[in-house]
Design a protein around this ligand. Sequence first.
Ligand SMILES: [Zn+2]
Length: 72
Amino acid sequence: MLRIIYKNDFLPVKLKFSTMRKYECKACGWIYDETIGDPDGGIPSCTPFDELGPTWVCPGCGLGKEAFEEVF
Ligand SMILES: [Zn+2]
């Protein structure tokens, strides 16, 4: 009997939480938290701010990424 063995190649879980950052919109105060993403905008959690597309805008006021500054 031929037995097919499927190899499970799970992607390693990315433990990125320690490097997750927050950015605040200077126009309206909306916070982009990388651990949360922007669910309403279709951005999944753990999406780095840098990886947001150029068409992404602040959900609060509609300005682009240039309106945001990192929160320390
Ligand atoms: Zn804003």
